[in-house]
Design a protein. Structure first.
Length: 470
């Protein structure tokens, strides 16, 4: 918006008629006539001039009142048959073989309300949220998006609400289904999309999809080497799309972008966000560093054993062994209590380079310590600062594995002032690392969903612009 401009035209007329007693006896009629003529002349001049010209500010406000606040931000959401999304949720007991996912896909994907928060958590807005349910949360947030359009010719981007991660999960971990059965919904979806004029217009380059699973779960090549997961990311049509995942492939097609794992905090108003930020900013940190996780003795290259040993042997470290206290590690109050009491939180790779725990710890205002670039730095570029030293510590995992570094010694070198600055940066990032409750609109808080949509629109605009200029 332009800076205020003021154009004020003032007309000041001072008419003073001084009569001298010495002159009143000279030509009284002539003077009276002259004054009357001058007054009439003034009235004629002033009536021909506007009191004030129309200012540029007035014109700007008039134009702005007719501007479209959604220009460049319109999204079209495909109305797919519910077998692609809500139907999968209704069959929630089939998503994982050993976990009943029905409680976790409830409440628009937020999971059960957490009522017993104690002194660890603040107020409401807390749920027991499963890390794989982002597709449900994202779709419900999309339903509240302020710039949806039913007119596809008006849309700037197109969202495909297929719960591909949940669908893929139904055919993994020992589910004895053929590849044809496993891919049936996926292939049916793209057959449908390619028949639509919205897809044909730009070959899918303005379309995007989201998966709540890692890229490695959606890269099955059907070459006989591995039968793991689905093949979404291997379809040639998808290479034109923008794909959002909780973990992307840095060396992939360049169309994958990471979004945060869902945490347990889903605020419904701005005050909940502010109250939480105030709490974690003022919480006294009893431990220099902590680690919540389990050993991985059978995983080649894992540094979990070394981190366990270093933590156990340090008087500055607090350990939560998730192999012994599995239920505690799934309880938000337990993990958040640990992270709130620590200045630094160790975040080594798990089955893949990224961990949900990294976002849980940052939500608690704990500075993450990463050991692999793909755990954060090459992943969440829309969300995390380019200068990773502003909010985190990096220790090469090879140095840990080969015993060349002491985590305690590295972290003790940071001054109180440096720790304070890094923690403030982490706390300032909290709003964009969480997903709001889809039932409410938080106008003044931009969450992870908002950042993702902005990123998609920027990318689509860039792609379409480049194509148009060829």
């Amino acid at each position: 918006m332009k800076e205020k401009e003021k154009s004020i035209l003032k007309t000041l007329v001072v008419c003073k008629s001084r009569q001298s007693s010495r002159q009143m006896h000279i030509f009284p009629l002539l003077i009276s006539s002259l004054l009357s003529s001058l007054f009439l002349l003034f009235l004629s001049y002033s009536s021909s001039c506007p009191s004030s010209p129309p200012s540029s500010l007035t014109l700007s406000l008039s134009a702005a009142s007719h501007a479209d606040p959604c220009s460049g931000r319109y999204l079209y959401v495909y109305d797919l048959p519910d077998k692609f999304n809500d139907g999968i949720v209704r069959e929630c007991r089939t998503i994982f073989p050993w976990i009943d996912m029905c409680p976790y896909v409830a409440n628009m994907g937020l999971g059960p309300h957490l009522t017993k928060t104690g002194s660890v958590l603040t107020g409401t807005g807390w749920h027991i949220t499963n890390q794989w349910v982002l597709e449900v949360i994202f779709h419900n947030r999309m339903r509240q998006y302020e710039c949806l359009t039913a007119n596809s010719s008006q849309a700037d981007a197109f969202f495909v609400p297929y719960y591909v991660g949940l669908d893929t999960g139904r055919h993994m971990w020992g589910h004895h289904t053929s590849l044809r059965e496993r891919d049936a919904l996926l292939l049916e979806l793209f057959q449908f999309l390619k028949s639509r004029p919205e897809w044909s217009a730009k070959g899918g380059r303005d379309h995007f999809i989201l998966s709540g699973r890692s890229t490695y779960d959606l890269r099955r090549e059907d070459n006989g080497v591995s039968q793991w997961g689905g093949k979404l990311l291997m379809l040639p049509e998808v290479k034109n799309m923008t794909v959002l995942l909780i973990e992307s492939c840095p060396w992939g097609n360049g169309n994958e972008f990471s979004v945060p794992y869902p945490t347990n905090f889903h605020p419904s108003n701005e005050s909940q966000v502010i109250a939480w930020q105030d709490k974690v900013s003022s919480t006294k940190r009893l431990w220099l560093f902590s680690f919540a996780g389990a050993r991985r003795p059978g995983q080649a290259g894992s540094i979990r054993d070394q981190l366990f040993d270093q933590c156990v042997n340090s008087s500055h470290c607090k350990l939560l062994d998730c192999a012994l206290a599995h239920n505690d590690c799934d309880t938000p109050t337990t993990t958040m209590s640990l992270f709130q009491s620590s200045n630094f939180c160790l975040q080594p790779p798990g089955d893949t380079p990224t961990r949900r725990s990294a976002f849980d710890s940052m939500l608690a205002g704990c500075i993450p310590v990463f050991f692999h670039p793909e755990s954060a730095y090459t992943q969440y570029k829309w969300y995390l600062p380019d200068n990773y030293s502003e909010y985190s510590v990096y220790v090469p995992q090879d140095d840990v594995r080969e015993g060349r570094v002491s985590i305690e010694e590295v972290l003790l070198k940071y001054s109180e002032e440096e720790i304070r600055d890094m923690k403030e940066k982490v706390v300032s990032m909290i709003p964009t690392l969480i997903y709001k409750d889809p039932s409410y609109k938080l106008e003044s808080v931009r969450d992870a969903f908002d950042v993702a949509i902005d990123g998609v629109l920027r990318r689509v605009k860039s792609i379409i612009g480049n194509q148009s200029s060829i």
